[in-house]
Design a protein around this ligand. Structure first.
Ligand SMILES: [Zn+2]
Length: 138
């Protein structure tokens, strides 16, 4: 069953139930739908539920923002991969080498446990943890 809001030429709006949209079309064509106020058969379907469209707009907007963030993280990842040296699990060791041997200026990236990261920060070594976005997933 479908409920339609119907608008009459007299300006009144009323609700009516139909088994399907084609049933409405058929009855409308045969002028069998009549206004409950003035009995006119000049009836129009009114636009239905604007709420649904505004709600889905919001969802689309949110997805867009999430996609943008993901894209930025991916770009950031590409930038790091291009400009920094990957040191894997040796990250905290390499980070210390760079920090204490001022001659090296290459950036590095790699894995560190939260404990190692805290230690590095406590030693005054600049460390940033970023969400590592998977390139394959879309
Ligand atoms: Zn009417």
């Amino acid at each position: 069953m479908i409920k339609y809001n119907l608008t009459c030429e007299c300006g009144k709006i009323f609700e009516s139930w139909f088994s399907s949209s084609s049933e409405y079309d058929l009855l409308h064509k045969k002028k069998l739908i009549r206004c409950i106020y003035c009995e006119s058969s000049v009836i129009k379907k009114s636009v239905m539920s604007p709420n649904i469209s505004s709600k889905s707009n919001k969802i689309n907007k949110k997805t867009k923002i999430e996609k943008n963030i993901k894209k930025q993280l991916l770009d950031f990842r590409k930038y790091i991969e291009k400009n920094c040296k990957y040191v894997g699990d040796n990250f905290s060791k390499e980070a210390r080498n760079i920090h204490y041997d001022k001659k090296t200026s290459t950036g590095i990236y790699g894995k560190a446990t939260p404990e190692e990261t805290t230690e590095l920060i406590e030693e005054g070594i600049e460390v940033a943890t970023i969400p590592w976005v998977d390139k394959k997933e879309n």
